[in-house]
Design a protein. Structure first.
Length: 403
């Protein structure tokens, strides 16, 4: 990162740390309508205009280690095969056979030269071409070239796999443009997925996502775990175009709660900005990560109906596989699960308050501004005229975007 940009950023973090009054010139944030967190019609709008039209992070290239590796992505009623072809390209296919629609792949991951349909055994290559049809003479005019697996747009960013169901959407690089440069000096390409953890929770996807977008709760919820390691008052938010952002928080003593006292074998020349600070990147619409040289969790928050969701965690660590590394990751996972459990227990209680009408308006502070910002973006994506008037979020923060 440009030293000048870095200097400005550190100055902002210091000034945030010192701040003791509401920032002059920053608007008072109106309350969010709680119905956005349970209304079935609003949920449908989110599915149609956000989840089916935005780039979504669905995995990491290291989960498809060799040609022929495949993996199923199954969230919000979608079933998608992620496949590494014999040309090393990662593609995404709808998991639906072109004959009569049976799911082709039922194993969650594996390696195969061919995908063979379990119904009538049509066979497809890792690149999606229809290769074999039993008793082909019984089909009057079947041209195999006309029936490849249906492809969904797929691209990668620093190894993270993104898909988009919308043929008309712009390129991934444009979508992530505001985040470009934020992690160029983090040697992320040397990382692999070490562990994964999916947790189903009885709440709206945003009820869970919101929790990871502010640091206000850390001193209470994580008093004995994260709080001693983070200078939470220094939490500095930069809103970016497109519903993204960057959060920078100074660490206390350069330590991480997650390392469990172990050395994580990060590269020696690791830039100090990541050792002394936590750089967190919320990525619209539903991903979040807080970069840490000891390893970090890339989270995605998937809707499963208006009041159910799945939190997917991909734990990223260094390419290495030995006893020390496994011991490190056992400790890391124990700590990650401790912290996640501290958060997760609260979500269904929040959901109940919204859904029962106990709480009709969600109150947000300056330090919770990103929650407001990505909700603004959701309405922009849906088209504000399509959002029921009582559920709309007034656009306010565009003037406070930094990148
Ligand atoms: S549905 Fe797949 S071969 Fe018939
Ligand atoms: Fe938390």
């Amino acid at each position: 990162m440009d030293p000048k940009v870095l200097e400005t950023m550190y100055a902002e973090v210091e000034s945030e740390f010192q701040r003791s009054t509401y920032p002059a010139g920053f608007p008072a944030l109106p309350d969010l309508p709680a119905a956005r967190y349970f209304d079935p019609e609003f949920h449908r709008l989110e599915m149609d205009h956000v989840f089916r039209k935005t780039w979504l992070c669905v995995g990491h290239a290291s989960q498809l280690p060799q040609q022929g590796s495949y993996r199923l992505f199954e969230q919000f009623d979608q079933s998608i095969i992620l496949s590494r072809g014999s040309d090393d390209t990662i593609r995404a296919f709808r998991n639906a056979c072109r004959h009569r629609g049976s799911a082709l792949v039922t194993e969650t991951e594996g390696v195969a030269k061919r995908f063979i349909c379990p119904y009538h055994a049509w066979g497809y290559s890792s690149e999606g071409e229809l290769k074999s049809v039993p008793e082909v003479h019984n089909f009057a005019c079947l041209n195999k070239a006309d029936k490849p697996l249906l492809q969904v747009r797929c691209d990668t960013w620093h190894g993270f796999i993104f898909i988009n169901f919308d043929e008309q959407a712009g390129p991934l690089a444009d979508f992530l443009g505001p985040l470009t440069g934020q992690i160029d000096d983090f040697p992320i390409d040397q990382m692999v997925v070490k562990r994964t953890l999916d947790v189903e929770i009885d709440c709206n996807w945003k009820t869970a996502y919101d929790n990871f977008l502010e640091i206000y709760h850390v001193n209470t919820v994580h008093a004995k775990t994260l709080s001693p390691y983070l200078e939470s008052k220094s939490f500095t938010i930069s809103l970016f175009e497109g519903g993204h952002a960057r959060f920078v928080t100074r660490k206390r003593g350069g330590q991480s709660f997650f390392s469990a006292g172990h050395d994580a074998a990060a590269p020696d020349d690791f830039t100090t900005r990541f050792k002394d600070h936590v750089f967190a990147l919320p990525c619209f619409p539903n991903s979040f990560t807080a970069l840490d040289p000891v390893g970090f969790n890339w989270q995605s928050f998937w809707p499963k109906g208006p009041d159910k969701m799945v939190m997917s965690n991909m734990f990223m660590g260094w390419k290495r596989d030995d006893d020390d590394d496994r011991a490190f990751w056992d400790g890391m996972m124990a700590n990650q699960k401790t912290v996640l459990a501290e958060d997760i227990g609260l979500f269904p209680t929040i959901q109940r308050s919204y859904q029962q009408g106990d709480i009709r308006d969600v109150v947000l502070s300056f330090q919770e501004q990103f929650i407001y910002w990505y909700n603004e973006e959701i309405d922009r994506r849906i088209g504000v005229d399509n959002v029921p008037p009582a559920l709309r979020v007034q656009p306010l923060l565009a003037a406070h975007v930094k990148g």
